[in-house]
Design a protein around this ligand. Structure first.
Ligand SMILES: Cc1cc2nc3c(=O)[nH]c(=O)nc-3n(C[C@H](O)[C@H](O)[C@H](O)COP(=O)(O)OP(=O)(O)OC[C@H]3O[C@@H](n4cnc5c(N)ncnc54)[C@H](O)[C@@H]3O)c2cc1C
Length: 398
């Protein structure tokens, strides 16, 4: 068995785990992030929901139920963590716009509007009122994007369709990274004689260079351009994940990809190591502290058995509405689904309550009573609690 030693091991590569790991690595600690696979960010719009159920994220958080874990993040730490996120994304050439004072809206792939806090710069020009005139570009055969929905809901919209030679989101996005393709496309776009103020695209403007591709289109067409997030696989979500992952590597953090944690070594009040089995051999990763950021049900951190819900790495006690009838419902994505409350209860230092170990910290959507769908506490909550848990972890190690 190979044995590797770190200061901190973070489990899970979502917005929470990546934030915690990168910040601790930046403080000079030896950090490893171990993940079973991709996070829910890859399914998302790439927009950062902080608290979308209110027009103003900060007043939305203030109005959350008393037991909501967002109340454990000090307002100045929330502000700092989102400012740092914006700075990091700017450094990674994936700038974000927005403010904690006011939510904004982005046009969705079905012509409705999503409320969010920070948006990638490629969605900055998304219409904020219904009377803006928009020209929509569609791509022949593109799956997961339905221009008919958009055109039926937007009164001032027209469209053109381009044949990119491929019909998948990833395939078209990869084409946009090619300067010859881009030039051919721009020439075609100029010939459309677009009169509307804004040009909208499904989110396919490149894999990594989206903001630069968008600027090139804007400068040639002399129009504002914006992307509309599509159904998964979502390019903006994937760009967000890739940028956060690359940032962690730049800070010197190690990433163990496709390494689901399968076992834990304990000693007294401490977790000593987590073990994984990969490529046929067992590995033990030792550390002084551990941060659990394995997400809720979609991420894989929680698992619903017939009669109870379990946390899969440390077998921590899971809070859930008492009766199964209160958390069982067919439609997992319904806003008020009781199972959205399930998760790990933490203390002020983001350590798990009712648990013997003092070197474990928890962050992200695995926290009890988060109800991410109901309150719109998505990546913003994950980033803020990731930072808060990392800070408590650093203080404990000192
Ligand atoms: C379909 C969908 C769309 C969404 N869209 C948005 C959006 O547009 N904007 C927004 O702000 N929020 C959105 N959300 C919510 C948002 O994705 C989550 O609230 C938030 O990002 C959760 O982050 P996390 O870090 O807590 O966990 P996750 O993103 O769930 O990550 C968990 C990680 O843990 C890993 N893991 C799990 N078990 C193990 C194990 N045993 N060993 C090792 N690793 C493990 C997983 O592989 C994964 O990498 C969306 C959620 C879903 C499901």
């Amino acid at each position: 068995m190979s044995v590797i030693e770190y200061d901190v091991i973070v489990i899970g590569a979502g917005a929470a785990g990546l934030t915690a790991a990168a910040w601790l690595a930046q403080q000079g600690l030896r950090v490893a992030l171990v993940t079973a696979g991709e996070p829910t960010a890859c399914l998302s719009t790439g927009c950062i929901d902080v608290c979308s159920h209110d027009d103003e994220p900060l007043s939305g958080i203030a109005g959350l139920p008393d037991a909501h874990p967002f109340h454990r993040v000090f307002p100045e730490l929330l502000r700092q963590s989102l400012e740092d996120f914006r700075q990091i994304m700017a450094d990674m050439e994936l700038p974000y716009e927005g403010t904690l004072e006011k939510n904004r809206r982005v046009l969705s792939a079905i012509g409705t509007f999503k409320t969010t806090c920070l948006v990638p710069v490629t969605m900055q020009a998304s219409p904020q009122s219904d009377d803006e005139k928009i020209h929509l570009i569609t791509f022949t055969g593109l799956k997961d994007f339905y221009p008919g929905y958009l055109l039926s809901r937007l009164s001032n919209a027209s469209f053109s369709s381009y044949n990119a030679g491929v019909s998948t989101t990833m395939g078209i996005a990869a084409h946009f990274e090619d300067s010859v393709f881009l030039e051919t496309f721009l020439s075609w776009l100029e010939r459309q004689n677009i009169r509307e103020d804004k040009i909208a695209f499904p989110a396919v403007l490149g894999l990594e260079s989206a903001s630069s591709i968008l600027r090139q289109i804007e400068s040639r067409l002399k129009r504002s351009v914006f992307e509309i997030p599509t159904l998964p696989p979502s390019m903006p979500g994937r760009r967000l994940f890739n940028a956060m992952k690359d940032h962690l590597r730049r800070q010197g953090g190690s990433i163990y990809w496709n390494w689901p944690v399968a076992g834990v070594e304990k000693s007294g009040r401490r977790i000593e190591a987590v073990s994984t089995v990969t490529q046929g051999r067992p590995n033990s990763l030792n550390a002084r502290a551990f941060i659990l950021a394995t997400g809720a049900f979609v991420g894989g951190g929680l698992w619903a058995k017939r009669d109870r819900i379990v946390e899969k790495v440390f077998d921590l006690p899971v809070f859930a509405p008492e009766n199964r009838d209160d958390w069982f419902e067919q439609d997992y994505f319904s806003m008020n689904h009781g199972i959205g409350q399930a998760g790990i209860v933490v203390d002020d230092a983001f350590g798990p309550a009712d648990c013997p170990w003092n070197n474990v910290f928890i962050c992200g959507s695995i926290l009890a009573r988060t109800e991410a769908l109901k309150y719109g506490c998505g990546h913003g909550f994950a980033i803020a609690t990731g930072r808060a848990a990392a800070r408590s972890c650093l203080e404990r190690l000192k």
